[in-house]
Design a protein around this ligand. Sequence first.
Ligand code: ATP
Ligand code: MG
Length: 270
Amino acid sequence: MQVVAVSHPKGGVAKTTSAAALAGALVRMGHRVLVVDLDPQSSLTLALGHLPNRVWPTLAEVLQYRHGLEEAVHATQVKGLDLIPASPKLALVQRELHGQEDYTVLRARFRSWLNQSSYDYVLLDTPPGQGLLTLNALILAQQVLIPTQPEYFSAYALRYLLQTIRWVRLRFQPLLAYQAFLTMYQSRNRAHAWIRARLEVTLGPGLCRTVIPLDTKVREAAIAGLPVTHFAPKSRAARAYLALAQEVFTHEQQAAGRVEETAGRVESAR
Ligand SMILES: Nc1ncnc2c1ncn2[C@@H]1O[C@H](COP(=O)(O)OP(=O)(O)OP(=O)(O)O)[C@@H](O)[C@H]1O
Ligand SMILES: [Mg+2]
């Protein structure tokens, strides 16, 4: 079983969209998948067809030790894909974690339960920023996938996450691997091509070959409460997410070895 955090410090770079779509792709590849919504905004919960104020119990009750994990697992419209939802209450829990500087509650709560579960993959959708919920996710995960818009600010903010990954590796999880990929890519946009070329140099093999194109089907899929792989399987975005899942989940071992090398290069890049 592989635990994967989907993370980027900047907002709106397609973390939630990618978590849902990659989960859908993994189900299409024959795997059992659990997704966990770690964002108090609860976008992933909504994107998979649940209303944050109606679904209960959620991750907040699990982290407060009020409910067991099993009770917080909810089915989605996709067979083989389960969800632990978020709710606005998670913002309160996040403040409590900050007060206690608690980096490991997620790991304490999930690790042994996950080892006994029948899931092949667990995807953690993190909120923007690098708050305690995000740090908890990175400490539980074995792999971080980093969706990045081909825009200067997103590409620049990547370095903050890579520094955090390095800190997590030193203190908690030496084998934490990462791979970045480009989202909402427009092949005719010269600025996008320029950022892609720069990231190829800076990240080397830490940047996925597969890019996710801009595609309005992604937005329609969220309204329907389905991953794009199931809402519009033939769309450009669905095919790209399937290719991405094949690329990142069949090369896990190589990815693990890349972290040191690429993190060093990124920190020295301007
Ligand atoms: N490939 C795509 N084509 C078109 N629109 C997209 C694509 N990917 C994401 N979007 C849209 O971009 C917006 C931001 O996406 P999303 O909510 O997944 O980002 P996020 O990184 O999770 O944001 P936040 O930081 O707020 O959690 C959404 O409206 C989503 O529908
Ligand atoms: Mg999100």
